[in-house]
Design a protein around this ligand. Structure first.
Ligand code: NI
Length: 148
């Protein structure tokens, strides 16, 4: 990498020890790689906070014997067809289904859809995983926002 910049940072010794523990626990090769990914995670966090277009995945666990639930979940996905990229359904056992729904859109819309699904009777768990379209991650040192 030609645009590599070397930084020197100051940390209290106990905090530095914590950093090394985290690096090791997370199976990183070195501190630099760990810190790179910390920065990227913060950039993704910022995208969600500032309302950029983001990528997210809803994981649902629900009881498919619940009356009308499958239809309601299907209807919600149709209403959000512009945001729903793909979904995968797994039959966990005789009663329970798991569904992973991959989404691309504005954070409020993705959060709203997750909340609407979570509220339905028979949905036991609805989790939204926060990710990114990747635009801000390609060159972490050259991240630029159009703040509007
Ligand atoms: Ni199923």
């Amino acid at each position: 990498m030609s645009d590599l910049v070397r930084l020197s940072i100051s940390l209290e010794s106990d905090l530095a020890a914590e950093l090394d523990r985290l690096v090791e626990r997370s199976r990183y090769e070195n501190r630099s790689e760990y810190v790179r990914d910390l920065i990227r995670a913060q950039l993704v966090d910022e995208e969600w906070q500032e309302g950029h277009e983001v990528l997210g995945t809803i994981t649902l666990i629900y009881d498919h014997h619940q009356n009308g639930l499958s239809d309601k979940l299907n209807t919600l996905q149709h209403e959000h067809h512009a945001s729903v990229l793909a979904s995968t359904h797994v039959h966990l056992d005789h009663h329970l289904c798991a569904e992973m729904i991959m989404l691309r859109g504005l954070p409020d819309i993705l959060r709203g859809l997750t909340d609407d699904m979570r509220k339905l009777k028979g949905v036991l768990h609805a989790a939204l995983a926060f990710s990114s379209t990747g635009h801000s991650l390609r060159k972490p040192g050259k991240h630029s926002h159009a703040h509007s």
